[in-house]
Design a protein. Structure first.
Length: 114
């Protein structure tokens, strides 16, 4: 597996966990804390809300770090994207046998009257 593939798998896992954590939360104070049923379980409603809030921020930060690291590990075929100087282009292009400017002819500038 290449480094980019490893980062892609980790990013997918973090995205899935982030979706789960966000879907568990309820903006009106419900969510997991109300589904549990009381302040006696899992340390109370406030601690559950704090845990979900901290895990959202942690997973979001981890996602950003993984995306930045994956962009550094991405190795594409850079030979096609490389900028070439004029000299390199002239050396690569085949030389033509015909001149690039049209040859001068001996035609008069003004047409002859008959």
């Amino acid at each position: 597996m290449t480094n980019f593939t490893v980062f892609l798998v980790l990013i997918t896992i973090v995205c899935f966990l982030l979706i789960v954590v966000i879907m568990v939360q309820n903006p009106k104070g419900g969510g997991l804390s109300s589904a549990i049923g009381g302040s006696q379980q899992l340390g109370g409603v406030q601690k559950t809300t704090d845990f979900l809030d901290k895990s959202t921020w942690t997973l979001g930060g981890l996602l950003i770090v993984l995306v930045l690291l994956s962009s550094l590990s991405f190795v594409g075929d850079s030979s096609e994207n490389k900028l070439k100087t004029v000299d390199e282009v002239e050396n690569v292009a085949p030389k033509s046998t015909t001149p690039s400017t049209p040859a001068k002819t001996n035609t008069p500038a003004t047409p002859e009257k008959k």
